[in-house]
Write a protein that binds this ligand. Structure first.
Ligand SMILES: [Zn+2]
Length: 349
């Protein structure tokens, strides 16, 4: 066991000492640097896309721009601003081009969009998105129902998107987002081997990086540790992000398990908006403010001011009157005299 752990450390696969994570996407831990590597994580806001697409209220473009400005001022540097899908399918996201154009004016902000197909990718490239996420469902049944394509047809489309990107000279990154990675309501079980095969296939087809998503809230910390561990062993830092829904209350526990497996970027939705089409009233993604608070308490730097996030949450709640919001930090507030516990411990250790 000890030699296996040492091997994993050398590969930068896992912070198995329970204290020191990789510094970033390309960090490789070694035992000698492990104790001095600062702990950092990125929280990517996906509320404007994954959140808003699942609720009926249409937030105005002006409010979306307000949201992005405030999230940026709070320290968020990665925001998924919308999706390039036909407006008749998702009127909530019809203004994605406009919102993206604004996001691009903020220095250092990585503005991403979701693109479900080649046409969406063309628009993302035209509009100069920093990153496009191409979703793939590892569940064949879910893939056919939602994308009307098999997973392997999506892989083939990613190859075409990569060719288009390269021909255009664009620097837009391509992220293959492997959804239903932990099972789905239509198919039930999704084999880990199939998830890993498709993840590798996306990279082989030209995706710059990949992410794994628990689209319907089937994951638990043990399955996260297992699948993310295997995925990291297979593709290393090209597995760049974890996307968890909190449908059954395991979102933050799953984040922690993924962190332990070496993941340092997490998707989250302010106020936990989003929901699940198969579970009315269920929460959406992991709640941004709760996640940032958890990471703070663990001594993991996010660069995000949680107090500013709570203030933003209140404003967004005003724009979403009548919608069910989620999360817990806003109810209890920040602890009095709240020094991040882990930092305090490190300072006195
Ligand atoms: Zn999602």
């Amino acid at each position: 066991m000890a030699s296996k752990m040492y091997f994993l450390i050398l590969l930068g696969i896992s912070r198995i000492d329970g204290r020191t994570p990789p510094a970033g996407d390309n960090a490789v831990l070694t035992p000698s640097t492990a104790s001095t590597t600062p702990a950092r994580a990125t929280v990517r806001e996906v509320g404007l896309r994954d959140g808003l697409q699942s609720i009926a209220t249409v937030v105005s473009t002006a409010h979306k721009i307000d949201w992005i400005n405030a999230a940026y001022a709070a320290g968020q540097r990665e925001i998924e601003v919308g999706s390039f899908v036909p407006a008749r399918l998702l009127p909530q996201l019809a203004d994605t081009a406009e919102v993206l154009a604004h996001a691009k004016t903020l220095p250092g902000l990585v503005a991403s969009v979701l693109v479900p197909n080649y046409k969406g990718a063309e628009r993302a490239l035209e509009q100069g998105a920093d990153l496009m996420v191409v979703p793939l469902s590892a569940s064949h049944a879910h893939s056919l129902a939602n994308l009307r394509k098999t997973p392997d047809e999506v892989v083939a489309e990613v190859a075409h998107i990569r060719a288009l990107r390269d021909a255009s000279g664009s620097r837009t990154l391509i992220e293959g987002g492997v959804g239903t990675a932990f099972g789905c309501t239509l198919q039930g079980e999704v084999a880990e081997s199939e998830v890993l095969r498709l993840m590798q296939a996306l990279l082989d087809a030209g995706a710059d990086r990949v992410s794994l998503a628990d689209t319907v809230g089937y994951a638990d910390p043990a399955s996260v540790a297992r699948l993310f561990g295997k995925a990291r062993a297979l593709v290393g830092d090209r597995l760049a992000c974890a996307h968890f829904h909190d449908t059954r209350g395991m979102g933050l526990a799953n984040v922690y398990a993924a962190w332990q497996a070496g993941i340092t970027r997490f998707d989250a939705c302010l106020a936990g908006i989003g929901g699940c089409p198969h579970a009315p009233g269920a929460s959406g993604n992991v709640t941004t403010e709760d996640l940032v608070f958890m990471l703070d308490r663990m001594g993991i730097a996010t660069g995000i001011d949680v107090t500013a996030l709570l203030a933003l949450r209140q404003r967004v709640a005003g724009w979403l009157a009548g919608e069910t919001l989620h999360g817990t930090l806003w109810q209890a507030g920040l602890p009095q005299n709240a020094a991040p516990a882990a930092l305090h411990e490190a300072a006195t250790a």
